[in-house]
Design a protein around this ligand. Structure first.
Ligand code: GDP
Length: 328
C-alpha cells in the first residue's frame, strides 16, 4: 500500500473513519501494509499514553457486553470518549464467533463519543492480541481517553490483554463455590478488580455471597503493584447499579499506580515485554515462511511423532536449515 498520506493527522484529529482505516491497516497481514502501519504508529506514538487502559474479561454470558455498554454510556455522560476493542476468538472448530454475530452494544455504538471495534482472530490469537495493542495506541492518539479491551475469558488471550492494560477487570456471575474452583486461578491472579455482575432481583443474595467468597479467597493472593488490594464488588449491568462505583475503583487504582510510580514502571515493562513478543512472533513468521525450512517441517514432524527423532534434534535441524539459507 502507498504511503498513508495524512492518515496520522486525521487520526490525531479524532476522525473516526480515519481511525477505522488505521486499524484495518494495523490488522492487515500484507507485508507492505505492515510497513505502512509501523510508519503510522511511529507518527502516532507521541500522542499516545494518555488513556485509561482497561481490560475486561469474563466467561461467555457473564454480561460483558451489557456491562461495557452501561459502563461506556456512563463514562460518556461524564464527558469521556470511550473506545472498545473486542478480541473475539472465533472457534477454530466451528468457525463461529464466541462473542456472537448479534449486534452488541447498539446504544453505545450510536454515541458520537464511542468507537467499537471487534477483532476476529481467525485462529491466530497471539497475532491479534499483538495488533490489538497497536489498535489501542491508535485509539489513544485519536483522543479516546478510556480504551477498553474486551476478551472472552477462555484462558488464552487474557494474559496478553493483562500485559497491555493498566487495570484488568474480571466480570463473573453469581454462583456457588464451584465457580471459584472452576475459574482458572491464573485469570483471577491477573485481576485488579472483580465485579460480580447480575446482582439484581433474585440473584442479588447469590451475588453478594459470591463476592464474599472471592474476597475470602483473595486474602491468599499477594498484593498488586502500588500496594493495591484487589477489590471484589457486586454490580448490575442490566439495572445500571454499581457502574459508578466500579469506575470509582478503577480511578482509585489508577491514582494508586500513579502516586507510587507503579504506572510508569508497569507501562515501561509492558512495552519492553511487547518488543520481545514482537521479536518472537516475527522470527516464527520468518521461519514458517522460509521455503527450505518449510519443506523439512512435515517430514521431521512425522519422525518426531513416530518417536524416531527427538523434538530437540528436529528443532535444531530446522533452525540450521533456516540459518544456513539466510546466512549464505
Ligand atoms: P457476554 O456474553 O459476557 O457479553 O454477556 P451478555 O452481556 O451478552 O449477557 C448475557 C446474558 O446475561 C444476557 O441475557 C443479559 O441480558 C444477561 N445480563 C447481563 N447483565 C445482567 C445483569 O446485570 N443482571 C441480569 N439479571 N442479567 C444480566
Amino acid at each position: 500500500m502507498a504511503k498513508q498520506d495524512g492518515l496520522a493527522e486525521r487520526v490525531r484529529a479524532g476522525e473516526r473513519r480515519a481511525l477505522g482505516r488505521a486499524i484495518t491497516l494495523i490488522e492487515s497481514t500484507k507485508p507492505a501494509d505492515r510497513e505502512a502501519a509501523e510508519a503510522l504508529l511511529q507518527e502516532l506514538l507521541p500522542a499516545t499514553g494518555g488513556a485509561y487502559r482497561i481490560g475486561i474479561t469474563g466467561a461467555p454470558g457473564a454480561g460483558k457486553s451489557t456491562f461495557i455498554e452501561a459502563f461506556g454510556l456512563y463514562l460518556i455522560a461524564q464527558g469521556h470518549r470511550v473506545a472498545v476493542l473486542a478480541i473475539d476468538p472465533s472457534s477454530a472448530k466451528s468457525g463461529g464467533s464466541i462473542l456472537g454475530d448479534k449486534t452488541r452494544m447498539e446504544r453505545l455504538a450510536r454515541e458520537e463519543a464511542s468507537f467499537i471495534r471487534p477483532s476476529p482472530t481467525r485462529g491466530a490469537l497471539g497475532g491479534v492480541a499483538r495488533r490489538t495493542r497497536e489498535a489501542m495506541l491508535a485509539c489513544e492518539a485519536a483522543g479516546f481517553d478510556v480504551v477498553i479491551v474486551e476478551t472472552v475469558g477462555v484462558g488464552q488471550s487474557e494474559v496478553m490483554v493483562a500485559e497491555m492494560v493498566d487495570c484488568f477487570v474480571l466480570l463473573i456471575q453469581p454462583g456457588g463455590g464451584d465457580e471459584l474452583q472452576g475459574m482458572k486461578r491464573g485469570i483471577i491472579e491477573l485481576a485488579d478488580l472483580i465485579l460480580v455482575n447480575k446482582a439484581d432481583g433474585e440473584l442479588k443474595p447469590a451475588a453478594e455471597r459470591t463476592a464474599a467468597e472471592y474476597r475470602a479467597a483473595l486474602h491468599l493472593f499477594p498484593k498488586k503493584p502500588g500496594d493495591w488490594t484487589v477489590r471484589v464488588e457486586p454490580c448490575s449491568a442490566l439495572k445500571d447499579e454499581g457502574i459508578d462505583a466500579a469506575w470509582g475503583l478503577i480511578e482509585r487504582h489508577r491514582r494508586r499506580l500513579e502516586e507510587s510510580g507503579a504506572l510508569a514502571a508497569k507501562r515501561d515493562a509492558q512495552a519492553r515485554a511487547w518488543m520481545w513478543h514482537e521479536l518472537r512472533e516475527s522470527l516464527m513468521a520468518e521461519f514458517t515462511d522460509d521455503p527450505e525450512a518449510g519443506a523439512m517441517i512435515g517430514a521431521l514432524e512425522a519422525r518426531v511423532g513416530a518417536g524416531e527423532l527427538s523434538p530437540g534434534a528436529a528443532a535444531r535441524r530446522l533452525l540450521a536449515a533456516f540459518l544456513e539459507k539466510d546466512g549464505g
